[in-house]
Design a protein around this ligand. Structure first.
Ligand code: COA
Length: 149
């Protein structure tokens, strides 16, 4: 919990990672409550010393559709392929264990890392809501992406 909290250094980090989920602020306590939600499965990669490397949720939505949310990679280990490997594992889990046929997600149009990561895994853009949400004072596009499993 505390490791995850330490990765969120400011409002922009919080918005990029979690959209509106923690709109009233983020803390280890709020994350603990979040993990009690019954409509989602949470996933993590840990290193050999059991330190957190990656975290994400898959939320159960309409029948057979899951929503990939709150994907994050340790800030010191980004751009090394970890995000792609982690999300690929999650898609495999969604297909084989979650019984999902489709995964969708939302991301911001200026989140180049997320767009590249999801695009490389076969997600395509379903729609774009232009200038939908303010991040650090600037209105950003919200991109909805989906992949069939
Ligand atoms: C988005 C995130 C999970 C990607 O994880 P990562 O481990 O850095 O990604 P990878 O190293 O697997 O790279 C995946 C692709 O994204 C590209 N990429 C990664 N960071 C990038 C950046 N800052 N700018 C442009 N492209 C980037 C890589 O080059 C790679 O592209 P390729 O498949 O063409 O080689 C990570 O940046 C992160 O935790 N961001 C903060 C939280 C966040 O924004 N989450 C997304 C919520 S929707």
């Amino acid at each position: 919990m505390n490791t995850l909290v330490s990765w969120i250094r400011n409002e922009e980090d919080l918005a990029l990672w979690s959209g509106n989920t923690f709109r009233n602020g983020f803390s280890a306590g709020k994350m603990q409550l979040h993990l009690n939600r019954t409509d989602l499965d949470s996933f993590a990669y840990l290193d050999k010393k059991k330190n957190l490397l990656c975290y994400a949720d898959i939320v159960k939505k309409e029948k057979k559709t899951g929503v990939l949310c709150r994907v994050i990679v340790h800030p010191d280990h980004r751009r090394q392929g970890l995000g792609k490997t982690f999300c690929k594992d999650l898609l495999n889990w969604a297909k084989d264990n979650g019984n999902y046929l489709r995964i969708r997600l939302n991301t911001f149009g200026h989140n180049k890392a997320a767009l590249a990561c999801y695009g490389a895994l076969g997600f395509h853009t379903v729609s774009v809501e232009p200038k939908c949400r303010k991040v650090r004072g600037e209105l950003q596009d919200l991109v909805v992406m989906a992949a069939n499993l």
